[in-house]
Design a binder for this molecule. Structure first.
Ligand code: PMP
Length: 361
């Protein structure tokens, strides 16, 4: 079976050279006589793997030295609780900006840990089709932090600017767009991301946090989710997700070999343009998101005649275009086109959509 074009929102397609290297090193990692899966996390081999992964990530994102990188578990949904547990204690309250289902979930979870205020929301009639504009953000200068989601994986709404929050630390859920383009880390207090989109495989959660924000955890915070404790232990307070860290390290090196995040941005812009240009001229397929806020990572789209959804998906599958079904909460279709999706995959999808429209439109 040849490899398919996999449009899954995550776990998602990975670069083939990374998978090949992992396969080559599976039984004997560089003369160690064992697989990375079998290594003690405290042995010199794995310690070097983790240190190298961190160094590559720091180089890719130009992470300033006063930021700590943590390799944790629990995913983005875990961070919805772990962020407030660690940060809200600074002033006792926090602001949340809503641009879709994921930021809404973050705010709902955070409300268990202290008073949360919605500083802005683009919700209209139960849908989120744009980023709230900077002028709509009504920020509380006394908030411990402001949280927003940089890319709404379900709704396909992405924030392409860095919010200005004055002195209030900015917290960003970048689960689905980290490493898709350069960002200025120094503008953030904390960035988190589940790894299973652009970074690697599931099981690993990246947290990049400014050091002065550590040390405010609520007393009930589990030690394993206390950023300061994990920072002191080099993310080894508990056994870290070793194999996922290894895969992330291979992905970072691969992205570096392709020219880093500027190259990723050019590649992702080109791919997204192919799909959105087609959608905008189509009379059969559509995407309702405000053009300036359309995600370059996740492109939801709808057929004019939804009774053909299943026919569309079956035909796509037959051509090796898989995992296009939209999120169960919104229906329709969704093409996730992360870093590792080649432009050929997007072109093959558009060719199929054009033919489908000609036949059924
Ligand atoms: N935030 C965003 C933006 C996501 O896309 C996801 C997963 N799709 C999550 C949070 C939750 O991630 P996890 O399932 O790894 O906890």
């Amino acid at each position: 079976m040849p490899r398919v074009f996999n449009f899954s929102p995550g776990p998602a397609t990975l670069p083939e050279p990374v998978l090949r290297q992992a396969a080559d090193e599976m039984l004997d990692w560089r003369g160690s006589g064992m697989s990375v899966m079998e290594m003690s996390h405290r042995g010199k081999e794995f310690m070097s793997i983790q240190a190298e992964a961190e160094a590559s990530l720091r180089e890719l994102l130009a992470i300033p030295p006063n930021y700590t990188v943590l390799f944790l578990q629990g995913g983005g949904i875990g961070q919805n609780a772990i962020v407030p547990m660690n940060l809200i204690g600074r002033t006792g309250r926090a602001d949340y900006v809503l641009s879709g289902d994921w930021s809404k979930r973050s705010a709902d979870e955070a409300a268990h840990f202290g008073p949360i205020r919605i500083a802005a929301s683009s919700e209209e009639g139960g849908r989120y089709l744009r980023m709230p504009a900077p002028s709509e953000w009504k920020l509380d200068p006394g908030a411990a932090y402001v949280h927003y989601c940089a890319n709404e994986t379900i709704g396909g709404v992405e924030c392409f600017w860095t919010p200005d929050t004055g002195g209030v630390p900015l917290v960003s859920d970048m689960s689905s767009n980290l490493l898709s383009r350069p960002i200025d880390v120094s503008r953030y207090g904390l960035i988190y991301a589940g790894a299973q989109k652009n970074v690697g495989m599931s099981g690993l959660t990246l947290v990049i946090v400014r050091e002065d924000l550590l040390g405010h955890a609520l007393p009930t915070t589990p030690s394993v989710f206390n950023y300061q404790i994990q920072a002191k232990a080099d993310s080894m307070y508990n056994t870290p997700p070793t194999y996922a860290i290894y895969i992330a390290g291979l992905v970072f090196k691969h992205v570096q070999s392709l020219g880093g995040l500027a190259a990723m941005e050019a590649h992702n812009r080109a791919k997204a343009a192919v799909l959105y240009d087609f959608l905008d001229q189509s009379r059969f397929f559509s995407n309702p998101v405000e053009p300036a806020d359309r995600s370059r990572m996740n492109v939801p789209f709808w057929l004019r005649d939804t009774s053909l959804d299943e026919v569309f998906l079956k035909g796509a599958q037959a051509r090796g275009l898989v995992q296009l079904k939209g999120h169960r909460s919104v229906g329709g279709m969704r093409a996730s086109i992360y870093n590792a999706m080649p432009i050929e995959g997007v072109r093959a999808l558009v060719d199929y959509m054009r033919e489908f429209e000609a036949r059924h439109g």
